[in-house]
Design a protein around this ligand. Structure first.
Ligand code: V1P
Ligand code: CA
Ligand code: ZN
Length: 388
């Protein structure tokens, strides 16, 4: 293959909302918006904010709340958006009927204080990144608070309420003929796949753990799209314990030819960090560098790129990876020792390193060479049918 490897400086924008980081799903819930605060402290501690365009997204100074809600309604149903808008942690049974009627798992998706504002925050921050790309102000636009890939048209799922990714891609389709969506969260990007399952304008690919009742239990290799979208969805099901070398080899050997044949005008990459070793929910053994190598490779393809967050349940490692990847976007290598005067620095004890050993957990790598080889061959066959 001939990859379009470029190595030029790129205009990078960092989109953040100071309010998003303050929300709480509840004391026992693994999703902790505080991890965004840790990430931001690392990013600024390393001085990366000085070399990017900063966009402070703030709903209270945004007069265009109607425009935002119209974009949300391009994907979500009005009944669902009204439900999110009107529900609160003290709502009575009447309001909660929607939960029951739609079989909503409120352990995964609790109704917490300020929920709708939280949803508008992370969604508008992704849309801010989208518009920096649409207006060609950035080559790479980052929103670590986005990437909530399970939210459905009618209901929340898997810690996700509004699907900022689908909403963002729908907006991108106004200016871009073809969008590629890449998902390296350990969970299947089910709702993004589903939203674009019938179209050849959005190619979705997810790498994830599959099998053994692992959430959301979809994402088999056989799911490849329908009608016009046939062969425009791909799934890379993996088993516990995969490590950097095998994962990055597989990733590059698939994404390289895929970009070559699909020729996207924009790439949206969901960088969920629950695929790192020692994640509270995840079962892979990736390190910060391995995870980041996937981002580095996608950057090298020279296509406008939007980076969003996603899962990640060991906050110190989530923040390490997203800070490292912010560095990669800017083509700088961050020194291993965490900066001085870093708020919450004690959380990073005992190593105080950006690159801790996450590849050596007790989870054995169950992905045999044969299994990975077979998977790769079958996926590459699918990509070949694309060229038709
Ligand atoms: O497994 C399930 C539910 C239980 N039902 C029978 C299905 N839920 C998972 C949800 C994982 C969501 C991942 C989101 C993302 O892809 C994107 C942000 O990372 C789940 C798990 C688990 N171990 O899979 N929920 C919880 N754990 C949970 C634990 C404590 C409190 C609340 C939820
Ligand atoms: Ca995934
Ligand atoms: Zn996940």
């Amino acid at each position: 293959f001939e990859f379009n490897i470029t190595n030029t400086k790129k205009r990078v924008s960092y989109h953040r909302n100071n309010d998003t980081m303050n929300y709480h799903y509840g004391p026992f819930h693994p999703m902790k918006p505080f991890r965004l605060r840790l990430t931001d402290h690392l990013v600024t501690g390393y001085g990366l904010h000085n070399i990017m365009d900063l966009y402070e997204v703030d709903l209270s100074t945004n007069q265009n709340i109607n425009i935002l809600e119209n974009k949300i309604l391009k994907f979500h149903s009005i009944e669902y958006v009204n439900f999110l808008k009107n529900i609160n942690e003290n709502s009575d049974q009447e309001n909660k009927k929607y939960l029951i009627k739609n079989d909503i798992d409120d352990n995964d998706c609790p109704i917490f204080h300020g929920l709708y504002k939280y949803c508008l925050n992370y969604t508008s921050t992704t849309l801010s990144a989208v518009s920096a790309i649409e207006q060609k102000k950035s080559d790479i636009a980052i929103n670590w608070s986005g990437g909530l890939h399970h939210a459905k048209k009618f209901k929340p799922s898997g810690f996700c309420y509004l699907n900022d990714i689908v909403i963002g891609i729908l907006d991108l389709l106004k200016t871009h003929a073809r969008v590629l969506y890449i998902d390296i969260d350990i969970h299947h990007g089910d709702a993004v796949q589903e939203a674009f399952y019938m179209t050849d304008r959005v190619f979705t690919i997810s790498f994830h753990k599959f099998g053994g009742y692992f959430f959301p239990m979809t994402g088999a290799l056989e799911e490849t799209g329908v009608s016009k979208g046939k062969n425009y969805a791909l799934n890379v099901p993996l088993m516990d314990g995969i490590k950097d070398f095998e994962y990055t080899q597989l990733f590059k050997s698939i994404i390289g030819p895929l970009v070559e044949s699909f020729n996207p005008e924009c790439i949206v990459m969901q960088c969920g960090t629950d695929s790192l070793g020692y994640d509270r929910l995840g079962t892979f053994n990736l390190t910060v560098k391995g995870h980041g190598e996937c981002v580095k490779f996608v950057r090298s393809l020279g296509v406008p790129l939007i980076l969003v967050g996603g899962g990640g349940y060991t906050p110190i490692n989530v923040s390490r990876a997203w800070c490292y990847e912010t560095g990669i976007a800017n083509d700088v290598i961050l020194k291993e020792n965490l900066p001085n005067n870093l708020p919450f620095k004690k959380y990073f004890a005992p190593d105080y390193s950006l690159y801790p050993n996450l590849g050596d957990s007790i989870l054995n790598d169950l992905n045999t060479k044969n299994f990975l080889n077979d998977t790769r061959i079958r996926i590459l066959e699918n990509i070949r049918t694309l060229q038709g």
